[in-house]
Design a protein around this ligand. Structure first.
Ligand SMILES: NC(=O)c1ccc[n+]([C@@H]2O[C@H](COP(=O)([O-])OP(=O)(O)OC[C@H]3O[C@@H](n4cnc5c(N)ncnc54)[C@H](O)[C@@H]3O)[C@@H](O)[C@H]2O)c1
Ligand SMILES: O=c1ccn([C@@H]2O[C@H](COP(=O)(O)OP(=O)(O)O[C@H]3O[C@H](CO)[C@@H](O)[C@H](O)[C@H]3O)[C@@H](O)[C@H]2O)c(=O)[nH]1
Length: 448
């Protein structure tokens, strides 16, 4: 099939590359000239494992190309995807300006009957607005073409985006149009080999399913974080609780980790957007409000623990920080818990020696403060530091040399924002251990 994708961001590029990989001809269109430049040179403008290889091989095979405008690709397009951003506006609602602008551009560029697929995460009713916008342009042009708008939300996770796309848990297609259903079923067939992944529903339910999924995930995390706070107070280890509760298949082990709060480009904005949609329909959302409040507080937890360990004296202290990306295997720092910690520490007068395998450059641009020192590796970040805080669970942070850390960190403490370490072992090595919800009795610290 001939496919056009509007938006060469995470979702647009993964969708485009993976659909090209199974034999389609794909054109990714983006307004950002720097992005297009980089892509034409085979460079992916962000870090996402495996994506560059899929892009490079499909560009070489002339199945995947990049363009600054919709024409002439729309002349042959069977399907056009809208995969532009829907960031939060000031009041938390989804900013639909990019989606609606792309819709108007599509209306001006459609040259045959085309199925238009909204892949961006959009509130209920948006696909209908997209349909009206395109139809108005078609009417104005006086052309006979029919554009059928369908919803097809994306569920990939950053850091495993290619694998998620190629081995989906579900493919949600929202449309009542039988021809669009057939076309999308055929398009996804190579990634639906057992024919058990496709869920066809109406447009509005598809739009809603995306938000429902993300708020459910966010709720799980905030609930675990609330339990972790209590666990700490009553001498319980939340990690033992996670093992125990997750063993019930109705609960499951996935996505049950207490930590420094959820970040990223989706969960925070989607919880806000759904709450906002509810407010617009005069419905209160006490649960969603709590999910957000817990998450905001959770992002400030580590700085409070560090302050307490240093007897309130953050001014002049040096904190080593491992991990800046909002999760491992990405360089995305949108709504990353590290940014909140950095902000609180800098405001309190501390110096930070930070290390992340791939996200440092983005943080350098986002936080241009000389007291945030970006280090070349994890060890270097600890040299001259008082304490260590770990906020992203990169594999390389999983088993550090704690005895070396005990000799290096002047105030001999590790703040484990992802519960990576065995508290007893860390303390046996001569470091005070602080995790998230790792309640325990105080023991005398072993000598370093
Ligand atoms: N990032 C994820 O992991 C993820 C996963 C699932 C769903 N989503 C959703 O998918 C959508 C896209 O997210 P993303 O992270 O890929 O966004 P992004 O910000 O990385 O990329 C969006 C791209 O669209 C381009 N763009 C905007 N308007 C355009 C226009 N009119 N014509 C051409 N290009 C245009 C921008 O230049 C940018 O490159 C959002 O709604 C998001 O919520 C994201
Ligand atoms: O048990 C857990 C799991 C995750 N997180 C945090 O939650 C955030 C989000 O993680 P994750 O969901 O893995 O990353 P995203 O790439 O943001 O993916 C989410 O958002 C995407 C965009 O909508 C959806 O497509 C995905 O299905 C959904 O998981 C990160 O800060 C994680 O550290 C936890 O704190 N505890």
């Amino acid at each position: 099939m001939n496919i056009v994708i509007i938006g060469a961001g995470y979702v647009g590029l993964v969708t485009g590359a993976c659909l090209a990989d199974v034999g389609n001809r794909v054109t990714c269109v983006d307004h950002d000239p720097a992005k297009l430049d980089a892509l034409q040179r085979g460079q992916v403008p962000f870090y996402e494992p495996d994506l560059d290889a899929v892009i490079v091989r499909n560009v070489a095979a002339e199945r995947l190309s990049f363009a600054a405008s919709l024409e002439p690709a729309m002349r042959h397009a069977d399907i056009a995807f809208i995969a532009v951003g829907t960031p939060a506006t000031e009041d938390g609602s989804a900013d639909l300006s990019h989606v609606l602008a792309a819709s108007a551009e599509l209306g001006r560029a459609v040259e045959r009957d085309t199925v238009i697929v909204v892949k961006s995460t959009v509130p209920v009713g948006t696909c209908e607005r997209v349909q009206r916008t395109i139809d108005a342009e078609l009417r104005m042009r006086g052309v006979p073409w029919r554009a059928t708008v369908a919803s097809n939300p994306e569920f990939l996770k950053e850091g495993s985006a290619v694998d998620d796309f190629q081995r989906p848990d579900r493919i949600i297609v929202g449309t009542d149009d039988p021809q669009a259903q057939r076309l999308l079923a055929a398009l996804y067939a190579p990634y639906n080999r057992n024919r058990d992944r496709l869920i066809v529903t109406d447009v509005r339910s598809a739009e809603f399913t995306k938000y429902a999924s993300n708020v459910m995930l966010a709720t799980r995390i905030s609930l675990m974080n609330e339990l972790a706070r209590l666990a700490e107070k009553v001498g319980v280890d939340i990690e033992a609780v996670r093992h125990g509760t997750g063993a019930d298949p109705r609960i499951g082990h996935h996505f049950l980790y207490a930590g420094v709060g959820y970040g990223g480009s989706c969960l925070p904005k989607d919880v806000r957007a759904l709450a906002r949609l509810a407010a617009e329909h005069d419905q209160s959302t006490p649960l969603l409000d709590s999910v957000q409040a817990i998450n905001d507080a959770q992002k400030r937890l580590l700085s409070a623990k560090i302050r307490e360990h240093l007897h309130g004296r953050l001014e002049g202290a040096t904190v080593a920080l491992w991990g800046l990306a909002f999760k491992p295997n990405t360089d995305d720092i949108r709504e990353a818990p590290s940014l909140v910690l950095i902000d609180e520490l800098l405001r309190a007068g501390a110096t930070i020696r930070a290390y992340d395998p791939v996200a440092a450059e983005r943080v350098r641009q986002a936080v241009p403060d000389a007291r945030l020192q970006l280090c070349r590796n994890a060890r270097a970040a600890c040299e001259g530091a008082d304490v260590l805080a770990v906020v992203t669970e990169w594999r390389e942070f999983k088993s550090p040399d704690f005895r070396w850390l005990a000799q290096t960190l002047a105030q001999r403490a590790v703040f484990d924002g992802r519960n990576l370490y065995d508290p007893q072992y860390v303390e046996d090595c001569g470091l005070r251990y602080y995790g998230i919800g790792r309640g325990r009795r105080e023991t005398a610290l072993a000598p370093a």
